[in-house]
Design a protein around this ligand. Sequence first.
Ligand SMILES: [Zn+2]
Length: 135
Amino acid sequence: MTCDEFKEMAPAYALIALDEQERTACAQHLATGSAHRGCHEAVASAELLAARLGAALIPQRPSPEVWRAIAARLTAERGTAALSDDPARRHGLYHLCGWLLAAALVGVYLYNAPLDLRALHAVMRLGGQLASSGH
Ligand SMILES: [Zn+2]
């Protein structure tokens, strides 16, 4: 794994959104003693954002109905096997993790309000577009 590849995955790594194999690859990359190009900084800032996000955005646990609706939508739009089989879709998801952090922080710091469900749905639509655009 190169430093550029790692930095692309850093937000997903910080959000613990990677599978075991990817997470291990990232951890091994971080553990190598060779000179990195911003890898530690990337994961540190992503972890900081994730921590702030967790502290700021979840005053109460969403209802089970919300999670079921999210799961049903993901299954319907992407198919159950697509995530692990299609590198292009995974690539889109890494970007989505970064966008999720960025969008949430914009909501927190500019508008001083937690994301509501409409914003979550908007981000999910964006994710669906990213995942299906195949870039
Ligand atoms: Zn590196």
